[in-house]
Design a protein around this ligand. Structure first.
Ligand SMILES: Nc1ncnc2c1ncn2[C@@H]1O[C@H](COP(=O)(O)OP(=O)(O)O)[C@@H](O)[C@H]1O
Ligand SMILES: [Mg+2]
Length: 541
């Protein structure tokens, strides 16, 4: 009888208790499994084809998950993990998702042993706090101005992306970019991600990627007679159209004779000429206009020997302002000469077979990485690799600490955390913390697996090295051995690791705490009761 009482409308489905947990864990683990094979230098790429047939080839965790258009709500939480990681620290997205998947796998085993989800969640939280303390205590302080160290970190990020072919060149470019926008304010080093702009142009090779000490605009001068090159440029940034305002003709004048038309045209020309006169008066020889520049204005500007570019994006106008010291002018009429900024050189140059505008300064506050590469796909993936590397460097500079990669940090953590669990905890709590510790081994294990190595053997060897006190022993995926990753120069920002563990723990807890899923059914499928749940694919261990 009880079965027949419905508290929800017909079109809702409901999954309760252990079933809800099981399905959510399965869905989340499927997501982790999907990105697992891309982890590390030997990780594979994924090719994603969307409904329009557009192709993305990538190794980047967050990009894969975004492109997958994941439906299941618990699986979506895993996508959020990757996104948070990307936003907070730039790198480590795959690591975070793989860890969350492994935490859930171990949680499942604990649930099977009748340990209540609340206890698991509390244990995970404790373990996460302990892990953070351990990581901080083993991390190594570095000099954030030391090029060499920064280069190692960038290399660790880029290794394994398809951008790797030009690893050394890209690492130099990224380090130079970051160092050139790094500033000291009140004794603190500050760095703003927006000061590094990435501009892509397919063509050439990845090796041709370069750092431009200033700003690059994917634009051309508006008139062929304008100069291609202006040294010692006096820059005007204009947020006002250099155009005749069309509507005025319709509304204000009733044109009845050819003389009147001529009169109107003369006045228009006069107006434009005056504006250009004003620009000359201000002393500008380069104009970046956020709005349009019409034929007449182009002609007069060219005649005055001024290089002008139109329809420049607002964000670029702001960067130009920062780079040249020019103030953005909204009313030319009221402008004073102090609005003019300065650049060493403004130049139109060919990149591939298209023109671009380069605005070069001596000590630029804003720089551009001009990304080149054989095809659109290569350029896109290089951009993602560079974004990750810039993100990682910024996290590092904020904090100043690094740990070794190649699974060394995770293995050390697993080892130390297990000891702490033995010493300070007991009962179910101890069991949960030990489980959490064990989960961390998934990182070296996966790195080894993806490199085609015997993961069981490698992990066993790693474990014994760490027990002997070799805290930076990790997987050399190229030689297939266990080595000191610090000595190998494989280092990563502490912040990236901390954030990965933190967001993975949070996601696992969030998923574990759900024991009742009430969902509107997808009616359009016409299958009545079928809901968004339980649509996971096959799962294999
Ligand atoms: N040369 C290397 N040898 C061994 N492991 C490496 C090397 N370079 C990077 N790694 C490891 O690869 C992992 C990062 O892989 P990656 O595919 O970039 O995933 P994520 O999205 O988590 O950054 C880290 O654990 C890092 O330590
Ligand atoms: Mg990475």
């Amino acid at each position: 009888m009880v079965d027949q009482i419905r508290i929800l409308p017909q079109e809702y489905s409901r999954i309760i208790g252990r079933d809800a947990q099981r399905i959510n864990i399965l869905a989340a683990r499927l997501v982790a499994e999907a990105v697992r094979t891309t982890l590390g230098p030997k990780g594979m790429d994924k090719m994603l084809v969307d409904s329009l047939g557009d192709i993305v080839i990538t190794n980047d965790g967050v990009t894969i998950l975004e492109e997958m258009e994941i439906q299941h709500p618990a699986a979506k939480m895993m996508v959020e993990v990757a996104k948070t990681q990307e936003q907070e620290v730039g790198d480590g997205t795959t690591t975070a998702v793989v860890l969350a998947g492994e935490f859930l796998k171990h949680a499942e085993e604990l649930l099977d042993q009748n340990i209540h989800p609340t206890i698991i969640c509390r244990g995970f939280r404790l373990a996460e706090k302990e892990a953070e303390n351990i990581l901080r205590s083993i991390a190594v302080k570095i000099d954030v101005r030391d090029r060499n160290t920064l280069k190692k970190i960038v290399s660790t990020v880029i290794t394994g992306k398809s951008a790797e072919t030009a690893l050394d060149k890209l690492a130099d470019v990224v380090v130079d970019a970051v160092l050139s926008v790094m500033r000291e304010e009140a004794g603190r080093i500050v760095i703003n991600k927006d000061d590094i702009k990435l501009v892509k142009k397919a063509g050439g090779s990845t090796e041709d990627t370069e750092l431009i000490k200033g700003i690059v605009l994917d634009k051309e001068k508006v008139h062929p007679n304008m100069p291609d090159r202006v040294e010692n440029a006096k820059v005007l940034l204009l947020d006002e159209a250099l155009e005749v305002k069309e509507p005025e003709i319709d509304t204000k004048f009733q044109l009845t004779s050819p003389e009147q038309i001529e009169e109107v045209l003369r006045r228009e020309e006069e107006m434009i000429r005056k504006k250009v006169e004003k620009i000359k008066e201000l002393g500008a020889n380069v104009v970046f206009c956020q709005k349009g520049i019409d034929d007449m204005a182009q002609y007069y500007l060219a005649k005055a020997g001024i290089l002008a570019v139109r329809r420049v994006k607002k964000s670029d106008m702001e960067r130009l302002s920062k780079a040249t010291g020019a103030k953005i002018v909204t009313s030319l009429e009221d402008a004073k000469p102090n609005v003019i900024g300065h650049a060493e050189l403004v130049e139109q140059k060919k990149v591939g077979d298209e023109n671009m505008i380069f605005v070069i300064s001596k000590d630029p506050k804003s720089v551009t990485i001009l990304i080149r590469g054989g095809t659109e796909h290569v350029v896109d993936e290089t951009e993602r690799a560079i974004e990750d590397a810039v993100g990682a460097l910024i996290s590092l500079i904020k904090d100043g600490y690094v740990v070794a990669g190649g699974g060394a940090a995770e293995m050390e953590l697993a080892n130390k955390l297990d000891e702490i669990a033995e010493e300070r905890y007991s009962g179910k709590e101890q069991l949960v913390i030990k489980s959490f510790a064990k989960s961390l081994e998934i990182i070296p294990k996966t790195l080894a697996e993806n490199a085609g190595l015997d993961a069981v053997e490698i992990v066993a060897k790693l474990r014994s090295e760490h027990q002997k006190g070799n805290k930076w022993a990790g997987v050399d995926v190229f030689k297939g051995d266990v080595v000191d990753m610090f000595e190998k120069g494989v280092i990563e920002p502490l912040m990236v690791k901390l954030q990965a563990i933190k967001s993975a723990t949070e996601a696992a807890i969030m998923i574990l705490r759900i024991d009742d899923v009430i969902a509107a059914t997808k009616l359009e499928k016409g299958k009545g009761e079928e809901s968004k749940f339980g649509e996971g694919g096959e799962f294999s261990e």
